[in-house]
Design a protein around this ligand. Structure first.
Ligand code: HEC
Ligand code: HEC
Ligand code: HEC
Ligand code: HEC
Ligand code: HEC
Ligand code: HEC
Length: 351
C-alpha cells in the first residue's frame, strides 16, 4: 500500500466516524432528537396545496417552539408516523396520542384523552347521547380550533391579580429545597395552572370565529352573535380594557371546578346559564355576592334590538340622544368661539 492510499483510507474512516457521532441524537438540539430541524428550520420550506393554491408553510420556528407548551415533547412524540428520513407525507397529528410519561396518581400513560371525554359530553361534542352524529359535525370545535394560539403567559403577568403567585415566592421554596431545577419545575407546574393562561379578551378571540358567524349561528338555532353582544356589555367593555376581574365566556358557561371543556347548552338543567342556575352563577363569592335575585333577569347578551331587548334598546337610545344632544350644541358653540378668535375681522360689531 502506498502512503497516499493509507492517508486516503484514514481520511474516509475518520469522516465516517465523525458523521456517525454527529448524527447521534445526543449531539442534536434539545427536543429535536430526530434532527427534524435540519430541514424544517428553513423559512422557505413550504408547498402550494389544493385547487386554490394555498401556500402551506412547513417551517418550524425553533425559538417559538422552545417556549411553547410542548417544548419538552420531541417532534416524533406527536408526529408518530415519521420513522425514517427522508420521510413520506405526514399524517394528521392525533392530540390524544399516549406519551411515555406516567401520570403519578393514576400510574397510567399520560394523554389528553380525559379532555376529549369532557369535550364529547359538552354542547360542542360531535355525537349525541345515543351515539348518533349530531347535525353539522364540522361546525363543532375540536382541539386545534381553540388551541391554535400560543398565548401562554409567564407567572409575572399575573402578580397583580393573583395573590400568592409571584417569583418572590420561589425564595420560600429555597428555604427547604436545595436544587433550583426541582423548584422551578414544580413551582411552574403548579402555578401556571392557578391562573388562566389567556386574559378575557384572548378567550373571546377563541370563540369569535364561530359564535359571530351568522350562518353558523342560524344553522344551530342560536339566537345571537354571542361575542359581539358580550363586547357591547359592561363585562365586554371592561375586557377590552384588559380588566381581569370581570367574567369572560368561561366564568359564566363552565360550572365551577369543572373542566372548561364541559360547556353546556342553556337548555341543559346542569348548565350554569340554565334559567334556574343563573342566580347562583351571578351571585358567587367572586362576583355579585348578596345580589338580589332580580339580577338573574339581567340580559347578559343583550342586543341593540327593539324586539329582543326592548329595555336595553330604549335605554341605549335615550343615552344616544342625551349624549348627542349635549355634545353637538357644545361643539357648535366652541366652533363659533374659535372662529371669532381666529378671524376677529369677521365680527359685525366693530368698535
Ligand atoms: C431531509 C429533510 C427533512 C427532514 C430531516 C425532515 N423533514 Fe419533514 N418535510 C421535509 C420536506 C421537504 C417536506 C415537504 C414535503 C412535500 O411537500 O411533499 C416535509 C414535510 C413535513 C410535514 C408536513 C407533511 C404533509 O404532508 O402534510 C411534517 C408534519 C413534517 N415534515 C414533519 C417532520 C418531522 C416530525 C421530522 C423529524 C422526525 C421531519 N419532518 C424531518 C423535509 C424534511
Ligand atoms: C404537541 C405535539 C406536536 C409536537 C411536539 C410537534 N408538532 Fe408539528 N404539528 C403538530 C400539529 C397538531 C400540527 C398540525 C397539523 C396536523 O394536525 O397534523 C403540526 C404540524 C406540523 C408541520 C406542518 C405545518 C402545518 O402548518 O401543517 C410541520 C412541518 C411540523 N409540524 C413539524 C414539526 C417539528 C419539526 C417538530 C419538532 C421541532 C414538531 N412538529 C413538533 C403537533 C406537534
Ligand atoms: C371550545 C374551545 C376548546 C376546545 C374545542 C378545546 N379546548 Fe382545551 N381549553 C380551552 C380553553 C379556553 C382553555 C383554558 C385556557 C386558559 O387557561 O386560559 C383550555 C385548556 C386546556 C388545557 C389545560 C388544562 C385545563 O383544562 O385548563 C388542556 C390540556 C387542553 N385545553 C387540551 C385540549 C385538548 C386535548 C382538546 C381536544 C380534545 C381541547 N383542549 C379542546 C378551549 C378549548
Ligand atoms: C418548610 C420546608 C418546605 C418548604 C418551604 C417547601 N417544601 Fe416542598 N417539601 C418539603 C418536605 C419536607 C417534603 C417531603 C414531604 C413528604 O414527602 O411528605 C417536600 C416535598 C415536596 C414535593 C414532592 C416531592 C416528591 O418527590 O414527592 C414537591 C414537588 C415540593 N415539595 C415542592 C415545593 C415547592 C414548589 C415549594 C415552594 C412553593 C416547596 N416545596 C416549599 C419541605 C418544604
Ligand atoms: C368551531 C366552532 C366553535 C368554536 C370555536 C366555539 N364554539 Fe361554541 N358552539 C359551536 C356550535 C356549532 C354550537 C351549537 C351546538 C349545538 O347547539 O348543538 C355551540 C354552542 C355553544 C354554547 C351553547 C349555547 C346554548 O346555550 O345552546 C355555548 C355556551 C358555547 N358554544 C360557548 C363557546 C365558547 C365560550 C367558546 C370559546 C371558548 C366556543 N363556544 C367556541 C361552535 C363553536
Ligand atoms: C356574565 C355571564 C356571561 C358571560 C360573560 C358570557 N355569557 Fe353567554 N350566556 C350567558 C347566559 C346567562 C346565557 C343564557 C341566555 C341569556 O340569558 O341571554 C348565555 C347564552 C349564550 C349562548 C346561547 C345564546 C343563544 O343564541 O341562545 C351562547 C352561544 C353564549 N352564551 C356564548 C358566549 C360566549 C362565546 C361568551 C364570551 C364572548 C359568553 N357567552 C359570555 C351568560 C354569559
Amino acid at each position: 500500500m502506498t502512503q497516499k492510499k493509507v492517508f486516503k483510507t484514514i481520511l474516509v474512516i475518520s469522516t465516517s466516524v465523525l458523521c456517525f457521532i454527529l448524527s447521534n441524537p445526543k449531539f442534536s438540539i434539545a427536543s429535536d432528537v430526530g434532527n427534524c430541524l435540519l430541514c424544517h428550520k428553513y423559512p422557505g420550506l413550504s408547498r402550494v396545496e389544493g385547487d386554490k393554491g394555498i401556500l402551506r408553510l412547513l417551517y418550524v420556528n425553533e425559538s417559538a417552539f422552545n417556549i411553547s407548551m410542548h417544548a419538552k415533547v420531541k417532534c416524533e412524540g406527536c408526529h408518530t408516523d415519521i420513522k425514517k428520513i427522508p420521510h413520506d407525507p405526514a399524517k394528521k397529528v392525533d392530540c390524544l396520542t399516549q406519551c411515555h410519561i406516567i401520570e403519578p396518581t393514576s400510574e397510567k400513560k399520560f394523554s389528553h384523552k380525559d379532555v376529549a371525554d369532557f369535550l364529547a359530553k359538552s354542547v360542542h361534542g360531535k355525537f349525541d347521547k345515543t351515539g348518533q352524529l349530531k347535525k353539522f359535525p364540522e361546525d363543532r370545535p375540536y382541539c386545534k380550533d381553540c388551541h391554535d394560539n400560543p398565548l401562554y403567559r409567564p407567572v409575572s403577568f399575573n402578580k397583580r391579580v393573583t395573590p400568592g403567585i409571584s417569583e418572590q415566592a420561589l425564595g420560600r421554596c429555597r428555604v427547604c429545597h436545595k436544587k433550583d431545577d426541582f423548584i422551578y419545575r414544580f413551582y411552574n407546574h403548579v402555578t401556571t395552572r392557578l391562573h388562566r393562561s389567556r386574559n378575557p379578551k384572548n378567550i373571546t378571540e377563541v370563540c369569535v370565529r364561530c359564535h359571530d358567524d351568522i350562518k353558523l349561528v342560524k344553522r344551530h338555532n342560536l339566537s345571537i352573535k354571542a361575542v359581539e353582544t358580550y363586547k357591547d356589555s359592561f363585562h365586554g367593555k371592561a375586557a377590552e380594557f384588559l380588566d381581569e376581574r370581570i367574567p369572560d365566556c368561561l366564568d359564566c358557561h363552565v360550572n365551577r371546578g369543572e373542566s372548561v371543556h364541559q360547556m353546556l347548552s342553556k337548555k341543559n338543567s346542569l348548565a350554569p346559564t340554565h334559567e334556574n342556575n343563573k342566580y347562583n352563577t351571578c351571585s358567587n363569592v367572586e362576583c355579585h355576592t348578596n345580589a338580589s335575585p332580580k339580577l338573574a333577569q339581567f340580559e347578559v347578551h343583550a342586543e341593540f334590538n327593539k324586539k329582543r331587548s326592548p329595555k336595553q334598546y330604549y335605554f341605549q337610545s335615550a343615552f344616544i340622544v342625551l349624549t348627542g344632544g349635549t355634545l353637538l350644541p357644545l361643539l357648535g358653540i366652541m366652533l363659533l368661539d374659535l372662529l371669532r378668535r381666529l378671524l376677529p375681522g369677521l365680527s359685525r360689531r366693530r368698535k
